[in-house]
Ligand binder design. Structure first.
Ligand SMILES: [Mg+2]
Length: 313
């Protein structure tokens, strides 16, 4: 099959992840002195070059599940299979997993339903649901906004139940939907913010949670100073850092390398950035050496093709 937007988005995501894995937790200053420019190996997680992490593995679990229709229990059981059996890992090893993700998947394994397996602490900030939510874009793309929100929330709360993480998970495919429909990224940012903020006003969001998204919803992302752009592992920061990298650059390569070289949660910032950039600029603009260099490249391509067919491409 010729590449579709699914191939652009999912390869974009996984390659961003793999570029970030070796330098996760490195500080921005250190990466400024020696920036990542290519797939590297070892270092932080001692994995060979091209190794993707939980961000991609859980994305692929959800994508596999969606190939057979929308079924939360099926998606949950694939998360369990990943965590306990290494399903859709790059090389058999599960590493660098966040606490809410690990606890929630353990609850799923113990028979708790996907509606109750997540961490519902209102101050839960982690980006573990954001990093795996993107495949839903292709499933919900023709649904009404209220239905899109319901489905995104349902999948997000399997691991992260706080409103602030749900907002990040909702915004990401909503913005990507504009890109999928061919809108320029600048217009997409302007238009989507207005529609999403109007929609979210009816969802009982606390002033504290609104404040966390002020740069994004205040249309300030392209104007913020890099020092204002934090790349720690909080969902509201990750989506805003990814938007910063995507809006400030002009190619897939530039966008993901900027994301990696901002440091800290490099794999997740670059995977969210990479999904947006891969979707927008297209599969064919991703360097071929990276397409070939990522672990399980042929199987990822096959998964993207199967999901494309299931989603009517
Ligand atoms: Mg990761």
């Amino acid at each position: 099959m010729k590449p579709t937007p699914v191939h652009g988005a999912l390869f974009g995501l996984a390659i961003g992840d793999a570029l970030g894995v070796p330098v996760e937790f490195k500080k921005r200053d250190e990466l400024k002195a020696r920036p990542v420019t290519d797939l590297e190996g070892y270092q932080t997680h001692n994995q060979p070059p091209g190794t993707f992490s939980d961000d991609s593995s859980l994305t692929f679990c959800l994508a596999e599940s969606l190939c057979h229709g929308y079924d939360l229990n099926d998606a949950g059981q694939r998360f369990v299979k990943w965590f306990f059996e290494g399903y859709w890992t790059a090389g058999g090893e599960v590493f660098g997993v966040g606490k809410s993700t690990e606890d929630s998947i353990t609850r799923l394994e113990n028979g708790v339903s996907p509606a109750h397996s997540g961490n519902y602490d209102p101050d839960c900030n982690g980006n573990g649901s954001l990093m795996r939510i993107l495949p839903l874009l292709f499933y919900i793309r023709n649904f009404e906004m209220e239905e899109r929100y319901r489905i995104i929330r349902e999948v997000a709360v399997m691991t992260h139940g706080s409103m602030r993480t749900v907002i990040a998970c909702f915004y990401y495919p909503e913005f990507a939907l504009e890109l999928l429909n061919g809108t320029s990224k600048e217009v997409a940012y302007h238009r989507r913010n207005e529609e999403v903020t109007v929609f979210l006003r009816n969802k009982g969001i606390s002033p504290a949670d609104w404040a966390l998204f002020e740069p994004l919803f205040g249309q300030r992302i392209p104007l913020v100073d890099e020092n204002e752009c934090s790349t720690i592992h909080h969902a509201h920061l990750t989506i805003q850092a990814a938007m910063y990298c995507f809006l400030k650059t002009n190619s897939y390569t530039e966008a993901v390398l900027m994301a990696v070289n901002l440091g800290d949660d490099t794999d997740t910032t670059a995977s969210v950035t990479g999904a947006l950039a891969g979707l927008y600029y297209g599969f064919d603009t991703i360097p071929e050496k990276w397409i070939k260099g990522i672990k399980r490249s042929d199987e990822i391509y096959d998964l993207c093709s199967r999901l494309s067919t299931a989603m009517g491409y």
